[in-house]
Design a protein around this ligand. Structure first.
Ligand code: AMP
Length: 387
């Protein structure tokens, strides 16, 4: 089977193609960026060699036409014979607690969740509709970022608001679920039985969150009703006193301006005034860059304290995502902040990016695990296609 995985965003479309036989093997991956302006497609094969590049002039291209062009390129120039398409869909609400084959009824249901994730869900669903338009018979599977967190208790998911809001769906959902699910699979395949016990995984990328897990099941997470909550992120503010929003509204900002501020102008970018990119900030000697990085680390350590309390202790802490997998300095600073929990980093192992970066005496094992959300989508898609 050949499976195409799609992650459709507002101005970008990421894709990966896998062969799913006994094993899942990456055949190629790529992205179309700058959709809505001058779209630019780049694709690489499984060994990261550039295989396709294409630019479109400004104007007429939409997600729909670009996806049609992409399908033609994959099937034509790369000779792919697709068995199905797996989509990353940010929100599955209460109903979709596992991946699902999409039909008209499912799509209608998922549409009702758009107000809960306005920046992502409509684009995810537009990707499904575009594939249905161009390849009507091709099976499509939706894989949800929220599904992994369905094991959380009602208490962990509840806001202290009047009940009627919860009935409308105003509660904590949590995101990055495909990443955490993949991490758990990796830990389970480890001979150390590393998913057992009390684990906090830190997905630290442009988006960032922590997930507290007991025996591989999500118990709590830092993202909530939206992917805005929790840690400091590239351009998102993370947890913020709701009173700040009231203040901004009283100052005359409307909802669109506040949304833009909180999602796109805050976080590392807002505090540094320089960049949302951790590499740029670590390389900078601007004091505001240093303050942004300090706040990023501080909030991880503080939130870890809260999650460790909900787990009743901590056995293992896992770093993943672009920053977690690559930024030894950030790992070292987070580990130093977790010293009170008994964490002790091995500086050499950390500098090497070893799988285990704590000392044998450390009371919390510190690990680095590379995440792969696309592969997780491919696994789910293959499972559903096989029935
Ligand atoms: P992601 O969203 O998971 O792709 O992660 C993107 C983030 O990872 C960006 O902030 C990058 O600057 C950061 N990143 C990637 N490689 C490194 C590195 N070697 N050192 C520090 N940050 C990195």
């Amino acid at each position: 089977m050949t499976i195409l995985c799609l992650n459709a965003g507002s101005s970008s479309l990421k894709f990966a193609m896998f062969a799913a036989d006994a094993e899942i093997t990456l055949h190629g991956h790529g992205k179309i960026e700058n959709i809505g302006d001058t779209p630019h497609l780049l694709a690489w094969d499984g060994s990261n060699r550039l295989t396709l590049e294409r630019r479109w002039e400004t104007g007429t291209q939409t997600h729909e036409t670009l996806l049609g062009a992409l399908l033609e390129m994959l099937e034509g120039e790369l000779g792919a014979d697709l068995s199905g398409v797996g989509h990353r869909v940010v929100h599955g609400g209460d109903r979709y607690t596992a991946p699902v084959t999409v039909d008209a009824a499912v799509l209608k249901d998922l549409d009702t969740l758009c107000p809960l994730a306005p920046l992502h869900q409509p684009h995810n669903l537009a990707g499904i509709r575009a594939v249905a338009l161009h390849r009507p018979g091709l099976p499509q599977i939706a894989c949800f970022d929220t599904a992994f967190h369905q094991t959380q208790s009602e208490t962990a998911r509840r806001f202290a608001l009047p009940r009627r809001f919860e009935a409308q769906g105003v509660r904590r959902y949590g995101f990055h679920g495909l990443s955490y699910e993949y991490i758990v699979r990796q830990l389970r395949s480890d001979e150390r039985q590393a998913a057992a016990g009390r684990v906090i995984a830190a997905h630290l990328g442009n988006g960032a969150s922590l997930c507290a897990m007991r025996d591989g099941r999500s118990m709590d997470t830092t993202m909530g009703f939206t992917a805005l909550d929790g840690l400091v992120m590239g351009t998102r503010c993370g947890t913020i006193d709701a009173g700040v929003l009231l203040y901004l509204m009283q100052q005359g900002m409307d909802d669109a301006a506040i949304e833009h501020l909180l999602y796109s102008q805050s976080g590392l970018l807002g505090v540094s005034g320089l960049s949302n990119d951790m590499r740029t900030l670590l390389a900078s000697d601007d004091p505001h860059a240093a303050e942004a990085v300090a706040l990023f680390v501080y909030r991880i350590v503080r939130e870890t304290g809260g999650l460790a309390a909900s787990l009743g202790g901590l056995d293992r802490f896992v770093f993943t995502g672009g920053i977690g997998e690559n930024a030894a300095e950030i790992r070292a600073r987070v580990a130093a902040g977790l010293g009170w929990l008994g964490a002790e980093i091995d500086p050499d192992a950390n500098a090497r990016g070893a799988q285990i970066i704590s000392t044998p005496a450390s009371r919390v094992q510190l690990c680095v695990v590379a995440t792969d959300e696309e592969r997780m989508i491919a696994m789910h898609t293959a499972d559903l296609l096989k029935g």
